[in-house]
Design a protein. Structure first.
Length: 695
């Protein structure tokens, strides 16, 4: 790169190549991809080229700004979503570098919710991978404008045409190249901006005046294809284009901006971030095509907490995306979710393990808010009116038991894991006090390694985790009723009758009440509603009960004898009585898979899949390799990825992602030890719960 140009680029002062913002312009952008596609490397080059950092960080050397945890440096992978920011062309950009490994999907899930735009990185070496498809589905569900950046274009065997075909097949047919790659594999020298060809192409109508065949693969032809792609998606432009009318360059560019921001078109860019190639053009595209966050700082406060961290000096830090209003240091902020108010001590902008005091957080921005001791991930601050929906990606499918080194470490381990569960609620730490056991839900082995590392480095604890076991679920077999008359020992009075019926797969819990307020006061009905999900957290076999409808069809209280908490005691007994009458069947987690192996191994792999109760579609032959896609139970296939590597001598690959829960085979039983006293043992349960409530 020319030294003069390089200097100006690092000051963020390149000549404008499109719409630029004023000093107050902002973007909130997440970088998403499959593991090893180059997200963190791309982020490091962005920070360097923008002048945010003075030296180029490296994943391999452990100097990346956004990978600052010990395990991230050791493993060379991101395990936490990391926020950073930079200024480019007078636009302030908040950038969130998300993990690529499937074990840390919860971090991706929470980041998606607060982004206005996204960069999805596809590795040219590996193509579209399973997690890339999963993230793409979430981006589309939330309609987040997205740029597709094809990285590692300098790798051997890369073919941009087949890559584009895969992107359009697995992601979207609306993926449209905005650049033309120059050179292939090791000779890849970057990509030409197709807008440079628009001036010559815009005047060419669709009436047979296109470039001659010899220039069909040239820049001008690629420019024509870009314009035609825009015209196909914009009826007014299409009519003018087909009639041969001249359309100004600025109109084409504005159409590209509008279509991208509307989620109807996805610009495709090319680069090799490891060499710094294509990064500047990506930064330009972020400014040009991704939307501003919007929001009015003059309106009522509305924000959401999407991440919790603990700082040695500042304590609990809540990362907040603010959609409207303003938060300042020392403000008293209303937590809508928990219905309480807490005082803000500081508002900090965080970059990796460094932070600085901002003093204020305004609508459209993201920052870490300190001082709110009770705040949790997902809490809404102020009004919930402006908060977008979330896309659920991460479903922990495994549970493990924690084992501490010495008896003295037991209380510290409980506290540490509960704190870590605040930072990642999907860990769902289950503390069985009577049995002195701690159980944690996880996505996979890498997440366990991360937990072990954090417990050691942050808390000084040597904690080992047992062998992971599959998380099953239960669902009712048939419709039935549950009844409880909680009348003894006095003083108490609570009568409940529930109708329980199976629901559609994936429907979770549907609850309704058909009881008159004069029979059961509204405050008692609300208490029942709150307690039903808790009561269903352990079914007949000890697993969560899902995919059912529960209707409260009868309820009675007593004017004198009913205690406010009687219905908290009675609800689990009534629900469990109902589950005995309906019966429950077990559900097991199922994975979608894509396996690619040499042709000579295909027969053995298909036989293995049948043995694992897998189902797959007709094999696809590509050259001398076979691709298999289908579904397989997690319990049968947990170790198959490693077995496949051994079978194929490292030439086979298996990618999986969660497909849902399906019924277990007839006669299969997997019981889980119950936490606490079973409500079916009513006498013992009542004494246990009443003692706990009094305590």
């Amino acid at each position: 790169m020319d030294q003069t140009l390089q200097g100006s680029v690092r000051n963020g002062s390149r000549p404008d190549s499109g719409a630029s913002g004023s000093g107050s312009a902002r973007r909130n952008v997440g970088i998403f991809a499959h593991v090893d596609a180059g997200k963190t490397t791309t982020t490091e080059h962005i920070l360097f080229e923008s002048g945010r950092t003075r030296s180029l960080g490296s994943v391999d050397s452990g100097t990346a700004v956004t990978d600052w945890l010990d395990i991230e440096k050791e493993r060379g992978i991101s395990v936490r979503a990391a926020t950073t920011s930079f200024v480019w062309k007078d636009v302030h950009i908040n950038l969130v570098d998300t993990p690529g490994h499937v074990d840390f999907l919860s971090e991706v899930e929470r980041s998606l919710r607060v982004m206005d735009g996204a960069v999805l990185i596809v590795s040219a070496a590996e193509g579209v991978q399973a997690q890339t498809e999963l993230i793409w589905g979430a981006l589309r569900k939330l309609n987040i404008p997205t740029l597709i950046y094809v990285n590692k274009m300098d790798r051997t065997g890369v073919n941009e045409q087949s890559l584009l075909a895969d992107i359009r097949k697995y992601l979207s047919p609306d993926a449209v190249p905005f650049q033309l790659p120059m050179g292939r594999e090791q000779s890849f020298a970057g990509a030409e901006d197709l807008w440079a060809a628009v001036t010559g192409a815009a005047s060419i109508s669709a009436a047979g005046q296109g470039p001659d065949a010899g220039a069909a693969e040239g820049l001008e032809a690629a420019g024509v294809e870009l314009l035609e792609s825009l015209a196909e998606r914009e009826e007014t432009l299409l009519q003018r284009y087909l009639s041969g009318e001249t359309v100004e360059d600025a109109e084409w560019k504005q159409a590209a901006v509008d279509l991208t921001r509307a989620g109807r078109l996805f610009p495709v860019l090319y680069g090799a971030s490891g060499k710094g190639i294509g990064v500047e053009a990506l930064m330009d595209a972020i400014v040009d095509y991704l939307p501003e966050p919007g929001g009015d700082k003059g309106n009522e406060l509305s924000g959401i907490v999407f991440k919790i961290e603990r700082d040695k000096t500042m304590g609990r830090m809540a990362y907040v995306r603010l959609y409207s209003g303003v938060i300042r240091n020392r403000d008293l902020v209303r937590n809508h979710t928990q219905q309480l108010e807490e005082k803000v001590t500081q508002i900090r902008k965080v970059d990796g393990n460094k932070s600085e005091d901002l003093g204020v957080l305004e609508a459209g921005d993201i920052a870490a808010v300190c001082g709110m001791a009770s705040v949790r991930i997902g809490d809404v601050l102020g009004s919930p009116a402006n908060i977008p929906e979330e896309a659920r990606l991460a479903v922990p499918l495994l549970t493990v038991q924690a084992h501490w080194a010495s008896e003295a470490d037991y209380p510290r381990t409980v506290q540490a894991l509960q704190e870590l569960s605040d930072e990642d609620p999907l860990l769902d730490v289950q503390w069985m006090q009577d049995e002195r056991e701690l159980h944690v839900k996880v996505m996979g082995q890498i997440q366990l390694e991360m937990l072990t590392s954090v417990l050691q480095s942050r808390y000084g604890l040597q904690v080992e985790f047992g062998k992971p076991s599959v998380i099953y679920k239960e669902t009712p077999i048939q419709a039935g009723e549950g009844y409880i008359a909680y009348l003894m020992p006095k003083p108490c009075w609570a009568i409940l009758r529930f109708a329980i019926e199976p629901g559609p797969p994936g429907s979770g819990l549907q609850y309704d009440a058909k009881v008159r307020a004069e029979d059961l006061l509204v405050q008692y009905q609300n208490e029942v509603r709150r307690r039903v999900p808790v009561a269903l957290s352990q079914g007949l076999y000890g697993w969560e009960v899902v995919d059912l409808k529960v209707t409260l069809i009868e309820g009675q209280h007593h004017v004198w004898h009913t205690h406010p908490l009687d219905f908290a005691v009675a609800t689990p007994m009534g629900i469990m009585d109902g589950l005995v009458n309906t019966g429950t069947k077990l559900l097991e987690p199922i994975l979608n898979f894509r396996i690619n192996v040499p042709e000579e191994n295909a027969g053995k792999v298909m036989n293995d899949l049948i043995q694992m109760r897998g189902m797959f579609e007709a094999p696809i032959l590509q050259g001398e390799r076979i691709t298999l896609t289908g579904k397989v139970p997690l319990a049968e296939s947990m170790d198959y990825g490693a077995q496949l590597g051994s079978l194929t001598k490292g030439r086979g690959a298996m990618v999986t992602f969660f497909a849902g829960y399906e019924p277990c085979p007839e006669g299969f039983i997997a019981e889980r030890p119950r936490r606490g006293v079973n409500p079916l043992d009513q006498s013992k349960y009542i004494l246990s719960v009443r003692k706990a409530m009094q305590g």
